[in-house]
Design a protein around this ligand. Structure first.
Ligand code: LLP
Length: 425
């Protein structure tokens, strides 16, 4: 399989289909998913964590085919809205393999979760406990976990760090809110607490924070055991597994993560006199990120001061990540020899603001010109799932490629789609 540190199966073809052909057939901008690579990545997780439950974090990217592939590959789903949940269930995804997250679940989210029968609901705030218990009803039953903040700082950017007390998710151990919420959950007979959850952050490239989290989570489980005689069968360590966006960048080593988490968990549980809980993990980015390519057409090239601006037909409405997190990509021109003369360029989008930059300080052929095709590798996660309607350009389509065949998964958002939601005048 193509790995993120290599070009995505050469920049001319993906899944056996030339990128130029995909651009001609589906138009640009277009997002291309290498189905075999998505599936390979699922299998890598299943092999590395054979005893764990692996939930794909749907927020990274969800469409019906993706849900279907996850089910076929034996993964469950982590969803955080009724929308993600209901879309997955329409593919026949088994709801018992779905976990619902969210720091502010709406009545619609909880209603859908209970109606469809999700496997677990992860409680994120004290007020949710009574609300959920009431919605479940005195004779109902719902499995839940409690999201705990273990006080571990990790993640690629401040906006995606969730393991410490100064952010909105979860209930902290350090100030006792987690313990208090767990006690309240235990008071609700219709809620069955199956385990504790934590999610440290996203784009984490080192194993260490996960090991610290394991110690802290087992420490809390040990206190709950002493206090209530409680033995929790599950421990969910969330996702956050980092990937390489550019050649030479480091990805989290999944084999090392699996081995060291297993050892740490076994040691911590032995010390605490607890049985080892079943591990749950929730990777999103690492499943789909490296399997996606964004393809754009160059619309203009110009020099301003020292900078060459290469403008393409998409931008921050389909990939807000550079603007939000300052992340860097390694775009390449399709169908050009790497030996050509190079020039430093800034790749910008077509949107009406100067912050609409896709990649800075990249080397592109010196004669890059309108009509060229530009591919942005590692574009599968948190691009289209965070796409916006800015400037009404319409969201790009998603195409899956496999064994030399391409098929449309999600069609381009048309003017008619946009117009049809606009019902007033
Ligand atoms: N589990 C929970 C509870 C989460 O909140 C997340 C991500 C995941 C799992 C999956 O994390 P992953 O394995 O994908 O890192 N928009 C940002 C990333 C936000 C992540 C939010 N939560 C970005 O583009 O980098």
């Amino acid at each position: 399989p193509a790995s993120a540190t290599e070009p995505p199966r050469g920049d001319l073809a993906v899944g056996g289909v030339p990128l130029a052909e995909l651009a001609d057939r589906f138009g640009t901008p277009v997002y291309v998913l290498d189905e075999a690579e998505v599936r390979d990545r699922c299998r890598t997780y299943r092999d590395a964590f054979p005893d764990a439950e692996v939930l794909y974090a749907a927020k990274a990217f969800l469409c019906r085919a993706m849900a279907h592939w996850m089910d076929e590959e034996g993964l469950g789903l982590d969803v955080c809205s009724a929308g993600e949940l209901e879309l997955a269930v329409t593919t026949g995804f088994p709801p018992e393999h779905i976990v619902l997250h969210g720091n502010a679940k709406s009545p619609r989210d909880l209603g859908a979760a209970l109606r469809l029968g999700v496997g677990r609901i992860v409680i994120d705030s004290p007020s949710e406990i009574a609300r959920l218990a009431a919605a479940v009803g005195p004779h109902g039953h719902q499995k839940v976990m409690v999201r705990v903040v273990p006080g571990v700082s990790a993640g690629g950017h401040d906006k995606i760090r969730t393991g410490t007390d100064d952010q909105k998710f979860g209930l902290s151990i350090s100030d006792g809110y987690a313990q208090h919420a767990i006690a309240r959950v235990l008071d609700q007979p219709q809620l069955e607490l199956t385990g504790l959850h934590c999610h440290l952050g996203s784009q984490i490239t080192s194993v260490k924070p996960y090991l610290v989290a394991v110690r802290r989570m087992v420490g809390l489980m040990a206190r709950l055991h002493e206090q209530y005689g409680l033995v929790l069968p599950e421990l969910d360590l969330g996702g956050g597994h980092g990937i390489a966006y550019r050649p030479g960048e480091k990805a989290l080593d999944l084999t090392a993560l699996a081995r060291r988490v297993r050892t740490e968990l076994a040691d911590a549980c032995a010390t605490a006199g607890l049985p080892v809980p079943r591990l749950i993990i929730e990777p999103g980015r690492a499943i789909v990120g490296p399997a996606g390519i964004a393809l754009y057409r160059v619309l203009s090239v110009k020099r301003t001061g020292e900078t060459v601006f290469v403008a393409v037909d998409g931008g921050m409405s389909d990939n807000p990540r550079p603007a939000l997190y300052g992340v860097r990509y390694a775009p390449r021109l399709v169908g050009r020899h790497s030996g050509a003369d190079r020039a430093r360029a800034t790749v910008v989008g077509r949107h009406c603001e100067a912050g609409d930059v896709l990649a800075t300080d990249v080397e592109l052929p010196a004669d890059t010109h309108p009509g060229d095709l530009l591919a942005v590798p590692v574009a599968g996660a948190y691009h289209l799932s965070m796409a916006s309607g800015y400037n009404l350009v319409g969201r790009p389509p998603v195409v899956a490629v496999r064994n030399g065949l391409a098929r449309l998964l999600v069609r381009r958002e048309s003017l008619e789609d946009i117009r049809s939601r606009d019902v007033g005048l």
